[in-house]
Design a protein around this ligand. Sequence first.
Ligand code: GLY
Length: 357
Amino acid sequence: MNNHPAYNATIIVTQELEDELGKILARYPKDKVFLVTEQNCDKLCVPLISKTPGFSNLQKVVIPSGEENKKLSSVETIWLFLSQNGADRKSLVVNLGGGMLTDLGSFAASTIKRGMDFVNIPTTLLAQVDASVGGKTGFNFNGLKNEIGVINQPNTVLIDTRFLQTIDSKNFISGYAEMIKHGLINSPEHLDEVRNYDLKKPDLEILRGIIARSVAIKDSFVFKDPNERNIRKALNFGHTIGHAFESSALESGHPILHGYAVAYGMIAELYLSHKVCNLPLATLNKLSDWLISVYGKYPIEERQFESFYQLMTHDKKNEGTRVNFTLIPAVGEVAINQNCDKALIFEALEYYKQFSI
Ligand code: GLY
């Protein structure tokens, strides 16, 4: 998609994944190609690519499934496997899985022997439109999500909607939130096509085109600012308050999926956009109604506002104690580095709260 010297990842949305992967594998010595995946994917997704030319050369390491395994010991399992099986700087790592797996496998490949080539094959909608693209790698540490990591771009991301038959509808709708976000920050046309997509009868053919356009939006922000110094922050829309929803749900023992938390976060941050950047009230209310109709009601209480606020102040995207937001003055436009005070953040949570009951 682009050819920037600091950012040269190739993103391929394809129906011919085996051909594309086969071409890549052919460029590496056959004893130097590795597959990193997790248990569920090993059962459900590996069979979909096992006819790839050169696939039998891949030495496979499988880690346990689930976000709770996004941890240092899983990275160690991958490092050890690569180290004991002859990986060197001419090797290739193929990461097959959802965002947890591509983040972990990319981190392991980026750090062993000072870094080797890696390809991501995302198998969930969230990973296809967001996590596997843009080079954020890492794992959870000290109770904090993605606390340890580096930004390092994959050589190639291969996206095939066939894998989406392996995920349930909640995980599908979770990934859908990131496509909504791409429309909100960059393109009213994309927002319309995402909104018009029939979630009750998902058509993977139609979805392929929508994913390609959604990922191109993400790619355009990463291309301009791979290390998130400025405009890449646009991609954080909905995430500052969204992460507070996600962490609070996790702490309560009833976790919610990332995209659901981002959707609730987007409602509150649309309110901030209205107050700070003049997003029209009618747009705010229409979008909030729609988001609740897709993501359902997730009630919160006023007594939780303080702990949500504390979670926001600990977000690693802040500098110092200010809470940094990306807001949208209009659908398709962004304003990065907007700082909002506690009173306004409480107002935004109050706005969300009235939709959630
Ligand atoms: N998930 C947002 C980013 O990659 O920057």
